[in-house]
Ligand binder design. Sequence first.
Ligand code: 7PJ
Length: 305
Amino acid sequence: MAAFFVYERLSRTRNHCSSTTMIIRCGSRDLDLTSPKVMGILNVTPDSFFDGGSNFDNGQLFLDKTLHAVEQMLRDGADIVDIGGESTRPGAAKVSVEEECQRVLPVVAAVAERFDTIISVDTSTPEVMSQSAQLGAGIINDVRALERDGALAACVETGLPVCLMHMQGTPQTMQDNPDYNDVVDEVSQYLQGRVAAVETAAGGAACQIILDPGLGFGKSDGHNLALLNQLSALSALGHPTLIGVSRKSMIGRLLGREPDQRLAGSLGFAMAALVRGASILRVHDVAETRDIVEVFKLTHLGSQE
Ligand code: 7PJ
């Protein structure tokens, strides 16, 4: 199937703010990125750093508990549910294709069946991309920017939008010694190259691509801050941007906080990302993030009309 993309941009002026309407087509649903959106994190891994294993017992996933978490997330105002079966925290164990399929696919199927929401799948594995798309997923979110063998073709074949994230190294080694001459320039150039690869694979169609600098993925705190503070350089590539900073260890180091004490720091960084043009926030704390998105809309997008 040839990839078919709709990419609508319409400039208009509203309350003295210049704003852009941008709608991306996520399978059977539209995602309107004219205002920022909240992506709730649903980990189906036994070993994630924050909520790791909360839906597991003896390596067995509790589907009921997982679906309750989704229900709560949607009640709290999530626009997208991001389902991931591979922990990519520094030093995490590798997961086989079979194991990842077993973790992710039943959850994608159950969420698609029960809820009216956009499902994103956090995966680098071609088999998971293809099968999730068939089960009703709407976005592919790949921390390896479709670099794994077969991922580019599998993703383009789904016709779904993709989030391309930058990572230096691999999850096993990425925090050993992150090194850049100019981190903002290098990340931008890398992502530009991956956009070109997707566009070539899609046969030149106008692709729906979301870009993510990959905070914490092979970056020092200085690198993370530079990327966040200069997010507009990434936006200048012409694609919506996604930021994942929720409860990450950079907040722990910068503010001296354990994972369960990082909510305020996460919201602060999320607001900084919104002010710099982020379109999607990938977060653990949906209700609280929803509130700051609403504050941002009231104070920056002129939505008092
Ligand atoms: C990210 C992600 C991120 C995107 C993870 C964690 C680690 N996908 N998957 N961006 N992080 N696009 O949640 O801390 O930052 S897993």
